[in-house]
Design a protein around this ligand. Structure first.
Ligand SMILES: Cc1ncc(COP(=O)(O)O)c(C=O)c1O
Length: 395
């Protein structure tokens, strides 16, 4: 067990070992690109297969990756406080691994209504056809215990929620899951293991889109599933192996490079986001700010209890129709109109009212919701840009 601070750990995990002959090691672990591996002899091959049969990570073929991938797995395990990790070529692929690894035909899963939108598409496109039943619930409002059926196996949530950043009481939810023998899976892309750690709060599985804050530069697609329990890990490994997911060594390398600066990036995103919240709070066009680290957010208490920091995600309800809010979005010059987040740059998303209809936490029908990722630009410039764009709404 390490006693070092996570910030220190992030810089040292997965370092390249010293070459026994030269006594040197590269500071930056190389991207080991290979489609397969060679074995010294058949005994070495047998040892590798025996390791895999015992549920250990073992290199038998390029698809499971070599040292670069192993180092990135260690980063995720350290961040999330897990003992097993599988990597995936995108966050959505990691979500698929979790669902398909833990559920089979005839099973039922409870899904929070605030999860990443495409999870509903996974339900329609695959789960329904496989005979896996999904019930959506409103975290913090619905009585989860009352929704459990004899065939319920998994509870799947995202905290804070995807569009409104509502904090879920993970400790309370984990207690319900544990009492009923359910596996609790949480999408932790928002926290990325750095500012929020669902496994420490009782969740069994953490799913992360490393595409966002881990890689941090909007240049990589990456997912990870992190687990504490050996039996659950075996099911996750088996699903990942069966699905043939693999991550390119170059993407693993980019993520390893990106994550080295995650601590400073995240802190700056959080500072910038709070500055922007303060600005929004002063404007009459803004009805409500959604950002759990903002002291007026309904989830502020849970954020104080469970999080060690915040990030650049801020949503605002505007005192105007979704149609009128399009003027605001189009007038922004420093915010790219786009879906992602977690990179260095500011982004804005006009949220489709149809999507909000399925979120119980959203109670302002007729108003616009705008989701912003507050990047690392100067907040003087960002606030100026937001101010001139808000001015355009009524013109
Ligand atoms: C919360 C959350 N989870 C998962 C994903 C999926 O990640 P990816 O785009 O890498 O598939 C996203 C992407 O936006 C996300 O916002």
């Amino acid at each position: 067990m390490t006693t070092h601070h996570l910030d220190t750990q992030l810089l040292h995990i997965g370092s390249a070992p010293f070459d026994p002959k030269s006594g040197t090691a590269p500071v930056s672990l190389p991207a080991i690109r290979t489609s397969t591996v060679r074995f010294e002899n058949l005994e070495a091959l047998e040892r590798a297969f025996a390791k895999r049969a015992a549920g250990e990570r073992s290199i038998t073929y390029g698809r499971s990756g070599m040292d670069t991938h192993r180092a990135l797995e260690e980063v995720f395990m350290e961040l999330e406080g897990g003992t097993y990790c599988v990597l995936a070529p995108s966050g959505m692929a990691a979500i698929n691994i979790a669902f398909l690894g833990l559920l089979k035909t005839g099973d039922h899963v409870l899904v929070g209504d605030c999860v990443y939108g495409p999870v509903r598409n996974l339900d329609r496109a695959l789960l329904q056809g496989l005979g896996i039943e999904v019930t959506y619930f409103a975290p913090g409002r619905d009585d989860v215990a009352a929704l459990i059926q004899p065939n319920t196996k998994v509870v799947y949530v995202e905290s804070p929620g995807s569009l409104l950043f509502e904090m879920i009481d993970m400790i309370a939810l984990a207690a319900v899951a544990k009492d009923n023998g359910l596996i609790l899976v949480s999408d932790n892309t928002w926290g990325s293991g750095y500012i929020y750690r669902p496994l420490a709060l009782g969740a069994d599985v953490s799913v992360v889109a490393g595409t966002k804050y881990i890689a941090g530069h909007s240049d990589v697609m990456l997912g990870a599933v992190i687990v504490k329990d050996e039996k659950i890990a075996a099911r996750i490994h088996s699903a990942q192996y069966a699905m043939g997911n693999s991550l390119s060594a170059d993407d693993a390398w980019l993520a390893l490079r990106g994550v080295k600066t995650m601590a400073v990036r995240m802190a700056q995103h959080a500072r910038n986001a709070l500055e922007v919240c303060k600005f929004f709070d002063s404007r009459k066009e803004v009805a409500r700010i959604f950002h759990p680290a903002w002291h007026k957010d309904a989830g502020f208490g849970l954020w104080q209890r469970d999080c060690t920091g915040s990030n650049g995600m801020v949503s605002v309800e505007l005192n105007c129709s979704p149609e009128a809010a399009k003027k605001f979005v189009n007038a922004l010059t420093l915010f790219g109109i786009g879906f992602s987040w977690g990179g260095f740059e500011s982004l804005v998303q006009w949220v489709d009212p149809g999507v909000l209809a399925s979120h119980a936490y959203w109670s302002s029908e007729g108003h616009a919701l705008i989701r912003l990722h507050i990047g690392l630009e100067s907040t003087i410039d960002l606030v100026e840009d937001l101010a001139q764009a808000l001015d355009k709404i009524n013109h």
